[in-house]
Design a protein around this ligand. Structure first.
Ligand code: TRP
Length: 387
């Protein structure tokens, strides 16, 4: 979508994103409290902050997914990552959320590594992309996915399993229809034009492989919506359920409440391999503050947590405890808590998270192959869907 103040396509996010407008334009529904209560029934009363606090905020057919699940039907999750640049927190956190869903619903998770996409769309060589893919896979697995129920598909490596289905999908899409949706023009290379079919494949492929109509839940950043919006009708035409969409907002960059965390701007992003000192320096130097210019003024007027980057990070993910979050909110707003104190608290939370993450990453390194797509894995997992 391109509007006066912002732009959101799968390859470009710019300006101040108006999520209300996107919802309207994309024809997607807001997740309401009724739906959240329903989810809670299946998660032991717990809600991941990403749901509770509106990070994953929009859906299509989530209610239908729950209807089916309540009747004992299984579903799988499909999500992915395009390896082009080092991962930052905004890239990793959705995978933490997906792992939570896997734990709660016991479902299979298919993760696409769209190395082909990044080769086609970015100024990178195949070798650079492949190297980045290896690093990214390790980062993704470090969040703790279940090795039996998780399948990584790399487009370059596993295209033979996907190609027939990609062609079936591609044949149902004509250029004039997808051009505007994806922002293609006559200069777009033809690999890029075919690529959407490849990203859409996994919304239907497991059903074909397991020879059973299986519901697919796709969590993604809202910029990826065009693929799955289109794939819904195609799935149906192919005789399968429409995929269920779960769309999320972008993690804000350090410098303000409206921009997106971006790899190409190191002062806006916290990378997974930033040292504790780097994290501290970035937060101190760049994190947009909702506080007052002087301590005296801050004590009198108080800060504004709603525009403060540190508070937003705590809210989005790093302070799961609702009572504690509310306390920080109140203290910051009243001026009792200073910007420097809020920053120190946030730095510690992020560094603790990253330290644990890096330990888990080291532990999983020798086991990466267990997660990669193989016929053996498929043959084992077939039983998940036998009832
Ligand atoms: N295109 C996504 C990116 O640029 C990666 C991706 C591939 C993806 N398949 C997906 C994301 C499915 C969400 C769901 O990072």
């Amino acid at each position: 979508m391109v509007s006066e103040n912002f732009k959101v396509t799968p390859w470009e996010v710019e300006g101040e994103v108006d999520y209300g407008k996107l919802i309207e334009e994309f024809g997607i529904n807001v997740i309401d409290t009724k739906l959240l209560e329903r989810i809670k029934k299946h998660t032991g009363g717990e809600l991941h902050p990403y749901l509770e606090r509106g990070i994953f905020f929009a859906h299509r057919d989530l209610d239908k997914l729950l209807d089916a699940y309540e009747k004992g039907e299984k579903f799988y999750i499909y999500t992915g990552r395009g390896p082009s640049q080092d991962m930052h927190l905004g890239h990793l956190l959705p995978f933490v959320f997906v792992k939570w869903l896997q734990d709660k619903f016991g479902c299979e998770v298919w993760i696409q590594i769209s190395d082909d996409e990044k080769f086609l769309f970015k100024e990178k060589t195949i070798d650079q992309i492949k190297k980045q893919a290896e690093i990214d896979i390790l980062n993704i697995l470090a969040v703790g996915f279940d090795s039996e129920k998780t399948i990584i598909v790399s487009d370059f490596k596993h295209i033979s399993v996907m190609y027939e289905t990609a062609c079936e999908i591609a044949k149902k899409l004509n250029f004039s229809n997808v051009k505007a949706t994806f922002g293609f023009n006559n200069k777009t290379n033809i690999g890029a034009i075919f690529y959407p079919a490849v990203q859409m494949v996994l919304a239907v492929l497991p059903s074909k492989i397991y020879k059973k109509n299986i519901l697919c839940l796709i969590p993604y950043g809202i910029d990826q919506d065009p693929y799955f919006r289109l794939q819904r009708d195609i799935n149906e035409k192919m005789g399968f359920y429409k995929p269920v969409c779960l769309a999320g907002v972008f993690l804000p960059g350090l410098q303000g409440p409206t921009g997106k965390m971006s790899s190409s701007d190191s002062s806006s992003a916290i990378f997974l391999d930033d040292t504790p000192e780097e994290v501290a320096n970035k937060i101190k130097k760049y994190a947009f503050s909702g506080g007052q210019p002087t301590i005296e003024e801050h004590r009198i007027k108080g800060g504004n947590p709603d525009i403060d980057t540190c508070f937003q990070y705590l809210k989005l993910f790093f302070e799961p405890d609702n009572a504690k979050l509310q306390e920080i909110y109140n203290n910051y707003k009243s001026g009792k808590m200073l910007t420097s104190e809020l920053k120190i608290y946030t730095i510690k939370k992020i560094n603790d998270f990253l330290e644990k993450f890096r330990q888990q990453r080291e532990a999983i390194q020798p086991r990466v192959n267990e997660f990669l797509y193989s016929e053996e894995k498929i043959n084992k997992n077939r039983k998940i869907y036998e009832t």
